[in-house]
Design a protein around this ligand. Sequence first.
Ligand code: FES
Ligand SMILES: [Fe+2]
Length: 366
Amino acid sequence: MEEHGTVKGGIYETLPTTHYFDSAIFEREKTRIFHRCWQLAGHVSDIPNQGDFFVADISGKSIVVLRGKDDIVRGFYNVCIHRGHELLTGKGCVNHIICPYHAWMYDTTGQLQNVPNGDAFPGLDVTGHSLNQVNLNTFMGLILINLDKNTIPFEEFAGDAANEIRERVPNLESYVHVERTERNSPANWKIEAENFNDCYHCPVIHRTLTSGVVDPTKYRTRKRPYGILHESPVRPDEQKSFDYMADANRKTDKFITWWFWPFFVVQVYPGGYVNTCRWKPISLNETKVEVDWWMPSKTLSPVEAELIKQQRETTFHEDGEVVKSVQRGLESGGLKKGMVMVDEACSSLSEHPIVAFHEHYFAAME
Ligand code: FES
Ligand SMILES: [Fe+2]
């Protein structure tokens, strides 16, 4: 019987290469995918106090994430309901939101409170108006946004991953942001997604990761309803590339990545160190990649600093070089369709996660 999430061995097709540089397809992806998926906007520690806010770019839409005076975190389109001026920029703390154009004023729950000359406008009832809210869920401190009004809640979407993350990082909610590593990748977002989920390239490209962090002979990737799960036992102590403590009782003895279709991951490194990575399609051939590290304290321990530096200089950098080259290669027109190689065991040297990515992709684009 096939293990859940495995794919039959064989040679599958890539997406037609035009999918990586056809603007009509990119436009369709916006409505079918970008505006209908759960995306990672930040963490509750970014807005610890009532009135704290930040403005997030969610697939080209400006969204205000604001902790109200009632302590509830909400997301609003950053647009005044009067005539459309944007309301806030950057990040900060507000008692009210006052539109810079005609000074309409909202409270921190998004409710309209005051309109200059309001008493003189017949038919105006300010209590009947508020900012246009988006779907926002918090999960273990992570702030997640979905522009689709009819979406299911994030935890329902995450399924098994929700409890797995709870089990592996029970204190994630109280963690704080310590560092970001980022790059503007000159590649289509699907090249980034395929590359991230493929481990066939790991022993070729990621020597540090495969010799000192994960065990490629036991690394497994499996399709899940929410995306793709990556899991690997860690290297024995004498081989490890940074000084982690792998402890089975504390459940810090694995490398695990939950890749949430289509744009973000939660990753736990050996020793229990957590990062999130998100991909933001800027244009057809440009994707912003952001890795954020979350730790129990702002002050980094030597091991934490070592891991962050190592990930930035090895895996992260190495993937950046690969995706650039693939975009150039596909745009050359010298390849119409490529091959996706799947072995019977769905081992780490098999491209079944690419098949899984394509299944998620076609289901969303239908
Ligand atoms: S557009 Fe905001 S007050 Fe007029
Ligand atoms: Fe990689």
